[in-house]
Write a protein that binds this ligand. Sequence first.
Ligand code: ASP
Length: 591
Amino acid sequence: MTKYRTTHAGTLRSSDIGREVRLSGWVGRRRDHGGVIFIDLRDASGIIQVVLNPENDPAADETLRSLRSEYCIMVTGLVRARPEGTINPEMATGEIEVGVSELEVLSSAAALPFQIDERFDADEGRRLRYRYLDLRRPKMAANLKARSTAIRAMRHVLDDLEFLEVETPTLVVSTPEGARDMLVPSRLRPGNFYALPQSPQLFKQLLMVAGVERYYQIARCYRDEDFRADRQVEFTQLDLEGSFWDQDDVLDTLEAIVARVVEDVRGTEIPRPIPRITWTEAMARYGTDKPDTRFGMEIVDLGGVFAASEFRAFSAALADGGAVRGLNAGNQGLSRAGLDKLVADAQDLGAKGLIWMVVEEDGSLRSPVAKFLSDDELAGVASTMDANPGDVLLIVADGAKVVSAVLGQLRLRLGQPEDHDQLQFLFVVDFPVFEKTEEGKLAPAHHPFTAPRSVAEMRNSPETAISRSYDMVLNGAELGSGSVRIHDPEVQSQVFDVLGIGHEEAEARFGWFLQALRFGTPPHAGFAIGVDRFVSILQNERNIREVMPFPKTQTGADPLTGAPGKVEEAQLKELGIDIRPDVRAAWSDDS
Ligand code: ASP
């Protein structure tokens, strides 16, 4: 194939016995047995055992002795069956080995900062600092490969559907998408800044105005967020948009994409069609807008059962417009202390309290509050919650939001999917247009370019108005979001108006975009899938960093290159930037 190899290490099988091969790769595990050296030779395709016997070539003895882990070598030799008893069924190449007749060291390796071996878990800081070594580990190599396979599958589907792959700029103007912008100072216009895109949202909408009709891009997005677990300042989306398109068209396309990705990465088929539920239903049944539907344990409403209750905690919550809801957690085998712990957990999650009931053998309910409830109420709970002996029933009474959130969290703690490899996709549709910020202001639940279901509803009851946006959820994680967009500039102005962005401010901030909407904008809709999250779930990785080639740490730093770093004074001067003295003073602490 090339002067370095006639084949790839991981592809050899018993059928190759007797073949002379040349291989190049890295020295993995090495074992010395009475002068004979066994090496796991690793290349991008996998691993094969190569056997070096100094007796075959005494001159090579010294080279052999000098071989260390991660040396890059080239060997020539004969593929042969492994001796009886040394076959390794765990390895794809475990039935064979290569008896080496020629060895050349292509380059040596310095002492390693950690073992390149799945069996050792190095500290993450070190792994990131020496990412190029970390990526040599078979699991990480498999993650990179899965990522590439996933992206190729996406391209296949979209190319077949005649989508155009279009790049949009990464030096843009700040747009209101909810997160803090990453800024880049301009040298040619000192004092001015580019923003890095939070997503290509407005550009893809401009492409619709431009008549592209079907757009996609594997897009890098930047959000300067405070680090919550499993977020990165820069991440990758499969971004897409279509004209003369509606919600169902988007969801059907997404379904085709994820089905193909799963097929190519996992070799399995997903159940289709992907179920769709409304946001309101998701909140009521699962207490979250991203339900993990790999298990049931749904939340049930007990408002009807307790409508006339004399038990204060329930009657007060209902009288205040709140809710009483419950969760049948099944037979959890909990002791009294375990149940008390659940009460404390619920309080930590924000509930005033949690009422537990245990279903006895005879079907009666044991609970600290049983004596305050009527027989009818107890019977109503048992039948509504489908109670069986041994089950633990958990009930929360509070404002509807708190009830949902608390039961939703408890559900996740107590419920377990039977099969962790299972993939359960779900579309959640009909999100609200707005949500309330902590300061009590209205903010777009998705982004301000999302079409409300009805403009009148949005104006009259903005807090409950429904939008034409939707999310895709996989195993309880949000894979992506999208919406039908506003294509009428008048509706766009009305949304800004409800958000408290006046006409002048809107014109000043995104007049360029509003202007475009005035030139015969087609109805359009789209979506973006988080590639990192998707691949991490497919690969059973808990953290998206495991499927990103060169991720940053939780604090946005790159231990490999030292980014973010300081720059030359001359560069700052050219940019017209002065670093404040107090910031400079703090430098001495962290440099
Ligand atoms: N731009 C949106 C986002 O990044 C996705 C979309 O609405 O298409 O979440």
